[in-house]
Design a binder for this molecule. Structure first.
Ligand code: C2E
Ligand code: MG
Ligand code: MG
Ligand code: MG
Length: 285
């Protein structure tokens, strides 16, 4: 009858609409992949640096390198919008090499003992060239291994555990530090903290942002356990003085967040170090 006929028509129309929506998405994805393949050669990548501070002295200890893609048409594309694509098609290995080389070169120009922290994708461990890539980046830049920190997420630890463990131990042997990034968001297992040679745990910003009892309990437990195991503990994503006061009360050793410094272009680092904004320093602990 007529009603049913109308419903079917509408349904089919909607289906077709859905189909073409999918096509648009797939097309965009293919275009993005083509652009991504060219991005390295066209020098469209840059690193931004976000400071992290020691909480007992409020001094800057170093910076995390954060990848930026300046797309000629689409402008700045955030890493979370292209890294998974780069992981799917394997480009992350070449991009990751560029990140390591560039971060070490730029950090080698920083004064004193300042550390550079570099994010490494699980796929870079699978490629089996990570140790080689790291040692050649250190060698070419002249950056001492002690000034490099590698950040990995829990995803890297899930499969091929023995291989990852071996690579991490080799990196430690070089003198490089290893951080467990975004702790608490993935497949966190407390046994990881014992099994892998981390020097630092970075507690995900969701536990800092949410001022509820559960988040605070988790933050307290992880900071307590990590520090008992002799690891440094960074609270990520601290945006307010209230959040800073809260983490000062826990056994966190480091802070990183918009309050204490936003990610900045490489050529701003020197100015930041010469003239750090200090309004948050010495806040109640
Ligand atoms: P991540 O390693 O956890 O880096 C911290 C992210 O949190 C950065 O986002 C940073 O800008 C943001 N952030 C820092 N402080 C605050 C804060 O107070 N509030 C809020 N709301 N956000 C804050 P970004 O640069 O967009 O990077 C996102 C993620 O992309 C990174 O998370 C990391 O997982 C990945 N990533 C970035 N660069 C690289 C890279 O070179 N290689 C790989 N494999 N992954 C990267
Ligand atoms: Mg990180
Ligand atoms: Mg993180
Ligand atoms: Mg994160």
């Amino acid at each position: 009858d007529l009603a049913l006929y109308e419903a079917k028509r509408a349904g089919r129309g909607r289906y077709r609409l859905f189909e073409s929506g999918m096509e648009v998405l797939l097309h965009e994805r293919r275009e993005m992949e083509i652009d991504l393949r060219r991005a390295l050669a066209l020098k469209q990548f840059a690193l931004n640096y976000q400071p992290f501070h020691d909480l007992s002295s409020d001094t800057c200890m170093g910076f995390e390198a954060l990848l930026r893609w300046n797309h000629p048409v689409k402008g700045n594309i955030p890493p979370l919008d292209f890294i998974s694509l780069a992981e799917e098609n394997g480009l992350i290995v070449k991009i990751g090499e560029w990140v390591l080389r560039t971060a070490c070169m730029e950090a080698a120009t920083w004064p004193g003992e300042l550390i550079v922290a570099v994010n490494v994708s699980p796929l870079q461990f699978k490629a089996d060239t990570l140790l080689q890539t790291v040692s050649s980046a250190l060698e070419k830049s002249g950056l001492p291994a002690e000034r490099l920190e590698i950040e990995i997420t829990e995803g890297a630890l899930l499969d091929d555990t023995d291989n990852v463990l071996k690579t991490l131990k080799d990196l430690r042997e070089l003198g490089v530090k290893i951080s467990m990034d975004d702790f608490g968001t993935g497949y966190s297992s407390l046994s990881y903290l014992q099994k892998f040679p981390f020097s630092k745990i970075k507690i995900d910003r969701s536990f800092v942002a949410n001022a509820n009892a559960d988040s605070e309990a988790i933050l307290r437990a992880v900071a307590g356990l990590g520090s008992s195991l002799g690891m440094a503990i960074t609270a990520e994503g601290v945006e307010t003085v209230e959040q800073l006061a809260r983490i000062r009360g826990e056994r966190c050793t480091h802070v990183q967040g918009f309050l204490t410094g936003r990610p900045m272009a490489a050529d701003h680092v020197a100015a930041f170090l010469a003239n750090p904004h200090t309004d948050w320093k010495g806040s109640p602990r």
